[in-house]
Design a protein around this ligand. Structure first.
Ligand SMILES: [Zn+2]
Length: 332
């Protein structure tokens, strides 16, 4: 593997606080010798664990970036023990375009890990995270929300991992985040995910889905801020008392959690996020737009449980994921 062409204007090992950039040369039509400059803040105070905090993995999700720019502007090194690395706009070109993927190369940052040092701009960013940032981290928090096309109940999530000790660490970190919902998450397509890359390196990894529709609410942003702070306290990096509230625990027992449109059209939801559904209940109806006088396609729940995600725009295409479900578990 070639050396990366990315450089950084900050010293990742220096004490104190630094605000700088990850710099990726990017020659293009409107900037022949230009570069991408991805903002990064690094705080270090003595020996202790390292937290790597990221948002903007997808460019149309805002709770994480809002919480992270605030943290970068306000956190002082004397408040921490160890190191906090803050990167609010991981896929900066996508973020600036307000799109999930990069306008330069179509790169979906969460499907291209471990990246390539000689690849597209998105692949080069992924490669830098894979080889230079993830190995430094003890705990990795990657914020997501539904973006333009999905809307979620606000949850923090971990994945089920083969390594029982690592799974317990990830689960405890997810619980420390203390979102209104805490999920053991099943992925439709885990290949190339940042999550997978972090977990494969043995890191404590937490992700979120905090809302959607490519916007935020005061509530979802405050969940991001509170959860991030709670997690840093849990990891022994930040001083303070965690802010706790009830969190409902969810699991995803199988692929029946996911519901897809078999034809496109105009979608009418019959259930709201958080609704408790029985198997067979109609979640949504999809009306054809090429004809009148025809019955709509019904999307029925393939299992009993809670509706945790839905498609956001009013029009759907064939194959769109229109509903995601999970089962609440009550721990004794
Ligand atoms: Zn995302």
């Amino acid at each position: 593997m070639r050396e990366t062409s990315m450089t950084t204007s900050v010293d990742l090992d220096a004490e104190g606080v630094q605000h700088g950039h990850l710099i990726l040369p990017h020659s293009r039509d409107d900037s022949a010798w230009g570069s991408l400059q991805i903002p990064i803040t690094v705080l270090r105070n003595g020996k202790g664990p390292t937290a790597l905090l990221t948002g903007g993995n997808h460019g149309d999700e805002y709770e994480g970036p809002l919480a992270l720019v605030d943290l970068a502007a306000t956190l002082a090194p004397e408040q921490i023990t160890g190191c906090v690395i803050i990167i609010p706009f991981m896929n900066l070109p996508a973020f600036r375009a307000g799109s999930r993927t990069s306008p330069f190369d179509g790169g979906n940052m969460n499907r291209i890990f471990p990246g390539r040092s000689d690849g597209t701009p998105s692949e080069k960013i992924a490669d830098y995270f894979q080889r230079y940032l993830l190995p430094r981290a003890d705990v990795v928090l990657d914020f997501h929300s539904g973006g333009r096309s999905l809307d979620f109940l606000p949850f923090a999530a971990c994945h089920i991992l083969d390594d029982a000790a690592q799974f317990a660490r990830c689960r405890a970190a997810r619980d420390a985040f203390n979102a209104p919902f805490s999920l053991e998450m099943r992925e439709i397509d885990a290949v190339g995910m940042y999550d997978d890359a972090a977990e494969a390196l043995g890191k404590t990894f937490v992700t979120t889905e905090l809302g959607g529709g490519a916007s935020t609410t005061p509530e979802t942003v405050s969940i991001a801020r509170k959860g991030m702070r709670n997690l840093l306290i849990h990891e022994g990096i930040l001083d303070g008392t965690p802010e706790r509230a009830p969190s409902r625990s969810l699991i995803q027992p199988g692929d029946d959690c996911f519901h897809f449109a078999s034809d496109g059209g105009m979608i009418e939801y019959m259930a709201t996020l958080g609704s408790e559904l029985r198997r067979g209940d109609v979640i949504a109806r999809i009306w054809e737009t090429g004809h009148t006088g025809r019955a709509p396609q019904e999307i029925s729940a393939k299992m009993s449980g809670l509706l945790i995600a839905r498609h956001f725009p009013g029009l759907v295409q064939q194959g769109d994921c229109v509903a995601v479900m999970a089962v609440e578990v009550f721990e004794t």
